[in-house]
Design a protein. Sequence first.
Length: 222
Amino acid sequence: MLGDLTINKKQYSTSYRVLVNGRYVWFKEKGKRLFEDQNSAIIMGTLNPMKTKHYLASNIDELDRLKDHNDMLVSMNQLFKDNRYFELVVLRLKNMPKVNEMHGREVGNMLMAEYIKKLRTTFVSESGDIFRVSGVEFAITITDPRKMDVLANGVKTNRTFLNLTMQYGSLSVELDVFAGIAIGGSDATDEHKLYQAAVQALKIAENPQFNAHGCFYKDIVS
């Protein structure tokens, strides 16, 4: 890229990620080549970290300390390298925008924080984690076969197994949750394809004609 710079095209802009302490940090670089000195190639530029979390801070630790989409990919990459058996569950909190509209963002954030606590207690163990992919989309890596069984049995026997109802005084709010589930190794052998498989299963789960709120990728390709 730098070799393509000319007197007529002095400026460049690019972005890339760097692995720092086990997680990827995205950077945006802008600069220009100075042609005043014909005997050397001098580049002047700036390097700034990019924001990868595209949602507002809630000031609730349970939410704000969650790792993001890039962290999820790094974590899954390591699980694949370690030949670990695991499931990726992508969850969409379908009615969260309506909850925020009806009851306010503060109530919505408290509801999400309680839901994350429930997920962590129920499904997360050693080597697993929870990630916030977007404002209303979360992901879990499950590494304990017993917790995988809890999820599979719950999704198959109870349509609203993944939902959460919270009582705030006289106010009762239910979180409507859908999930797509993909298995590392059998459904995909790299982190990007596994995430896409889980997202594809999630879209099936969200279809009103589907009979459950959770869908396994293996069930739609078999």
